[in-house]
Write a protein that binds this ligand. Structure first.
Ligand SMILES: Cc1cc2nc3c(=O)[nH]c(=O)nc-3n(C[C@H](O)[C@H](O)[C@H](O)COP(=O)(O)O)c2cc1C
Length: 194
């Protein structure tokens, strides 16, 4: 990874709260998905499903689902990605893991607690891949857990077995609206080498 890409994806990238009036076209969202889908997931299960909320009408349906502090930043973002996981993800396993045709059945038979963990772990990883891929494509992100998950599911996935886990605003961030950068833990506080 070049030093410039490291700067762009991690060292200089920030979580954005305000957005410039610069749209994000659908082709960019397709590029974003084509990159993030290649990030690794358990048994190649790729359980994340994404709705890119872009039209003013769809944004209005999202509004009542948002925590108060997230309303303005979300309504002004060019795109808000709803990241969900598919509770029937195992049905796609014949395509995703052709070398082992019984993989889908094996995953479907997991105890519910283990299945829920697998879904949350892998869809959350894919949400992380989305953030990093978006930054690599020159977009800024604003992830948010402050929303009513049940309302989002009822509003956007009424006929689908999908469960929302995270919203990510996407666009070109307004540097004027950044919050101060908070410190991170030092290596010695967060890691050890054994
Ligand atoms: C899972 C997750 C949930 C978050 N939820 C919210 C939220 O609901 N509202 C908000 O304004 N910021 C939210 N944030 C933003 C974080 O506070 C922010 O990413 C963190 O403070 C780091 O900021 P920085 O990237 O500018 O250093 C969330 C971030 C993550 C990763």
């Amino acid at each position: 990874m070049s030093d410039q890409l490291l700067q762009q994806i991690f060292l200089e990238a920030r979580t954005h709260n305000g957005w410039l009036a610069e749209p994000v076209d659908d082709a960019t969202l397709r590029h974003l998905y084509e990159a993030l889908r290649l990030g690794p997931t358990a048994a190649n299960s790729v359980p994340a499903r994404i709705v890119f909320v872009k039209s003013p009408e769809a944004k209005e349906r999202l509004r009542p689902c948002l925590a108060e502090g997230n309303v303005e930043k979300t309504m002004s973002a060019p795109v808000t990605a709803i990241i969900a996981y598919d509770t029937r993800f195992h049905e796609k396993m014949p395509k995703l893991f052709p070398a082992r045709p019984t993989m889908g059945e094996a995953l479907a038979a997991m105890p519910p607690e283990q299945r829920d963990f697998l879904l949350l772990q892998n869809a959350s990883l894919q949400a992380g891949y989305l953030i990093l891929a978006a930054r690599a494509l020159g977009l800024d992100c604003g992830p948010m857990a402050g929303f009513d998950r049940e309302k989002v599911d009822a509003t956007f996935f009424a006929d689908l077995p999908w469960k929302s886990i995270l919203l990510v605003n996407l666009g070109h961030g307004d540097p004027e609206k950044l919050f101060p950068r908070n410190p991170r833990l030092d290596f010695e506080e967060a890691c050890r080498i054994e």
